[in-house]
Structure formats: structure tokens, C-alpha cells
Ligand binder design. Structure first.
Ligand code: NAP
Ligand code: MG
Length: 401
């Protein structure tokens, strides 16, 4: 059979450790035999980032802005231990941070649902996608410890030198204060990314804050979302038959636990941090979670939600067998290929992505899986496969289909 042809290259960002090993296996077994794969390759492996003074990360982000779709392997974010391990010139910044800043994006994370791996919340039938605002609030705070009685105020000095003051508290004794901020520009980008993603995936969008208590700060989020929706998205949502729904964060949490799933839950930075860990673990496993960074201008970067699986890599280096789950990395590739197919009007590429995802799930549903899933599955007749054989079994299923 002739290989599927591509027109525009995908931006390919290679990475580190065990996921770098999986990356090559996935390409060799599942992609290259079927697709005349066109990629612009950037090696974000830590050694090459160090050699290029991290310029390769910046170049890969710029290429993503140019072509519109990227697929990224997990990468090491250096810490003190990695400085020694890789003899680094500098403690290079997190590649995800660099790419996120360049794309001004919002991160969407969704569980991959498969029969035999049931969520602990038994009424969740469809995935719940979490959209997390990645700027500001307590992640860019200023804090102060108050040692004795006194007055705390919020002071804003505008560029003309005019001061506005608000009393925070008259302290009778020791206490604490905290200053946080966000910008209308960043909230706008966040709102647009969420509305675009909802349209793209034809799912309702939920958004929640605590605006009854935070009458200016959280209310500003609510107002900006509503304004962006009313002026730019209302008609498109009606056409697509989907809804934008705003409620209070505590009400949202209660509704999520009772819901069937199948919607996007947009969260402020802190809520998103906490709730995405709850949602992902309730759905089963970090290795069964997709992650895509979407910019307001419609640029997409697909990756797995997990890291480089360092512990497995060290076993691999010692020659021991590993059973590392490649599903999230496979879905990063299929997500990117499908998006490239949609943008370039190549139906075969979209169909290929759909079919490879189905083959992956079918393999697991037939009882052939990696160890992490075998530990939590409700299936009884299970074969635990090593990293390589799992990918080979997926290929077999794909060929049969
Ligand atoms: P991790 O790579 O996500 O792995 C943590 C543990 O989760 C593993 O030891 C393993 O548990 C389990 N796990 C994760 N992915 C798995 C998979 N695909 N299959 C089977 N089990 C899986 O996190 P980490 O070990 O804390 O971090 C390693 C490196 O990844 C760090 O250098 C960090 O900077 C980087 N990181 C990168 C990204 C990214 O690029 N997006 C995200 C997070 C972390 P068991 O050992 O119990 O089997
Ligand atoms: Mg967290």
C-alpha cells in the first residue's frame, strides 16, 4: 500500500530518557511504515539543549508559530542533580515554560478512556477536559509577615503618579498579607483559547470562580469570559449546539462529581492545579492523559501529560526489562497528525490517526497492556507486556483492522 503523503511538516520536538526511547519505537513501528512522515526535527534532549545554550528550544517554539502544529516528547527540567548528571553549563529553564511563553497558550488535559480501566467516580462516562490558566494569581504573589499592630493597605500608583488606596486590615497584632495580580490581556487569551477549544472538540465549556466573595478580582474573570463569549463566540456555539456555562467554583465541583463528563472545565490557575490532579487520578493513570497547548491564534502543541519516566530509564540502562506505557505519547502523535490533516485537508491522515488510536485502545481492551494498567484494570485475563512488545501488539491490532 502507498504511504500517506503530507504537505506541511509537523514540528517534531524530541526529548529525554525513557520517553525518548518510546519516541523512536513509536515512529519506527507505528508511523514510518504507513506515512511519508514530514517533520522539521528539533532535538530538545538535555544534551543538545546544553550544546546550543537552549537556542534549540526557542527555535522549536518559533517553528511551531510558523507551521502551527507541533508534537513534543517529554523533557527533563534541570535541577541541581541534573546539573551534575549532564554537566550542564547552566540550569536551563523548563522547555515547557519557554514554549508556553512563546505561544501564550492554555493547557488542556483530557483522560484517555478505555474499557477495563474504570474511573473511581462511577457516573463519569465521558472524559472531563481540564483547561488551566497558566499565568498569575498566587503563582506570582508577594507576601508579607506582619509582626505587630498596624495598618495594611493596597496602593496603586498609576503612570501619572496618582495613588489609589484600599484598606486591607487594621492589625491589632501579628498576622500575614498577600498581594496577587492578573492582567486583562492574559485573561482574554485564556478565554479565547477555551472557547476555540470547545468549538474544536464540540464540547460544552464550564467556567467557575468565587465571584460572590471576590467581587472585583474573580468578577473580572467572569466579566471578561462573558464579554468574549457574547461578542465573538455566541453564534458559533449555537451553530455547533454547545453551551457556555458559568457557575461558582464550589457549585462546579459538586456538579462535576455528579456529571457524566464530556465537557471542558476551565479553571483559574490554582483551581486548575488542584483539580487537574484530582480528575486525572480519578480517571486512572497519568500515562492515560493527553495534553495539548493551544494558543489564542490557533497554534497547537501536543504532548504526553507525564514526564520522562526516569526510574524506568535507569532500569533500561542497566539492561533490565521495562514496561512503560506509551499510550499518551502515541496520542500526542495522533493528535498532531490529525490536526495537520485537518488544516491541510488530508483526510487519509485524519483517518490514520483515528485508526491508530482505536488500535491502541483495542489492544488494551483485549487484555494486552503495560504493568501500570495491569495493576488497576478490571479485566481478568491480562497479559503484561514490556515497552517494546506493547507497541508491537498495537501494530498487530492495527494491521488486523
Ligand atoms: P514522571 O516521568 O511522570 O514519572 C513518575 C512516575 O509515574 C514513574 O516513575 C512511574 O511510576 C509513573 N509513570 C509516569 N509515566 C509513566 C508511563 N508512561 N508508563 C508507566 N509509568 C509511568 O515524573 P518524574 O519521574 O517525577 O520526572 C522525570 C523527569 O520528567 C524530570 O526530570 C522532570 O523534569 C520531567 N518532567 C517533564 C514533563 C514534560 O516534559 N511535560 C512533565 C513532568 C516531568 P513507577 O516508577 O511507580 O512505575
Ligand atoms: Mg500541581
Amino acid at each position: 500500500m502507498a504511504k500517506i503523503q503530507m504537505t506541511t511538516p509537523l514540528v517534531e520536538m524530541d526529548g529525554d530518557e525513557m520517553t525518548r526511547i518510546l519516541w523512536k519505537m513509536i515512529k519506527d513501528e507505528l508511523l514510518l511504515p504507513y506515512i511519508d512522515l514530514k517533520t522539521e526535527y528539533y532535538d530538545l534532549g538535555l544534551e543538545h539543549r546544553n550544546e546550543t545554550d537552549d537556542q534549540v528550544t526557542v527555535d522549536s517554539a518559533n517553528a511551531t508559530l510558523k507551521y502551527g502544529v507541533a508534537v513534543k516528547c517529554a523533557t527533563i527540567t534541570p535541577n541541581a542533580a541534573r546539573m551534575t548528571e549532564y554537566n550542564l553549563k547552566e540550569m536551563w529553564k523548563s522547555p515547557n515554560g519557554t514554549i508556553r511563553a512563546a505561544l501564550d497558550g492554555t493547557v488542556f488535559r483530557a483522560p484517555i478512556i478505555v474499557k477495563g480501566i474504570e474511573p473511581c467516580v462511577k457516573n463519569w462516562e465521558k472524559p472531563i477536559t481540564l483547561a488551566r490558566h497558566a499565568y498569575g494569581d498566587v503563582y506570582k504573589n508577594t507576601e508579607m509577615k506582619i509582626e505587630k499592630a498596624g495598618k495594611a493597605e493596597l496602593v496603586f500608583t498609576d503612570e501619572d503618579g496618582n495613588e489609589t488606596r484600599e484598606l486591607i486590615h487594621n492589625f491589632a497584632g501579628p498576622g500575614i498579607i498577600q498581594g496577587i495580580h492578573n492582567t486583562d490581556k492574559s485573561i482574554h487569551s485564556f478565554a479565547k483559547a477555551c472557547f476555540n477549544y470547545a468549538l474544536d472538540t464540540k464540547q460544552d465549556l464550564w467556567f467557575a470562580t468565587k465571584d460572590t466573595i471576590s467581587k472585583k478580582y474573580d468578577h473580572n474573570f467572569k466579566d471578561i469570559f462573558q464579554e468574549v463569549f457574547d461578542t465573538e463566540y455566541k453564534e458559533a456555539f449555537e451553530k455547533a449546539g454547545i453551551e457556555y456555562f458559568y457557575t461558582l467554583i464550589d457549585d462546579a465541583v459538586a456538579r462535576v462529581m455528579k456529571a457524566k463528563g464530556g465537557f471542558i472545565w476551565a479553571c483559574k490557575n490554582y483551581d486548575g492545579d488542584v483539580m487537574s490532579d484530582m480528575v486525572s487520578s480519578a480517571f486512572g493513570s497519568l500515562a492515560m492523559m493527553t495534553s495539548v497547548l493551544v494558543s489564542p491564534s490557533g497554534v497547537y502543541e501536543y504532548e504526553a501529560a507525564h514526564g520522562t519516566v526516569q526510574r524506568h530509564y535507569y532500569k533500561h540502562l542497566k539492561g533490565e526489562e521495562t514496561s512503560t506505557n506509551s499510550v499518551a505519547t502515541i496520542f500526542a502523535w495522533t493528535g498532531a497528525l490529525r490536526k495537520r490533516g485537518e488544516l491541510d485537508g488530508i483526510k487519509e491522515l485524519c483517518d490514520f490517526a483515528d485508526k491508530l488510536e482505536k488500535a491502541t485502545l483495542k489492544t488494551i481492551e483485549s487484555g494486552r497492556m503495560t504493568k501500570d494498567l495491569a495493576l488497576i484494570t478490571s479485566l481478568t485475563d491480562v497479559t503484561v507486556l514490556n515497552s517494546e512488545n506493547f507497541i508491537k501488539e498495537i501494530r498487530k491490532t492495527f494491521e488486523e483492522m
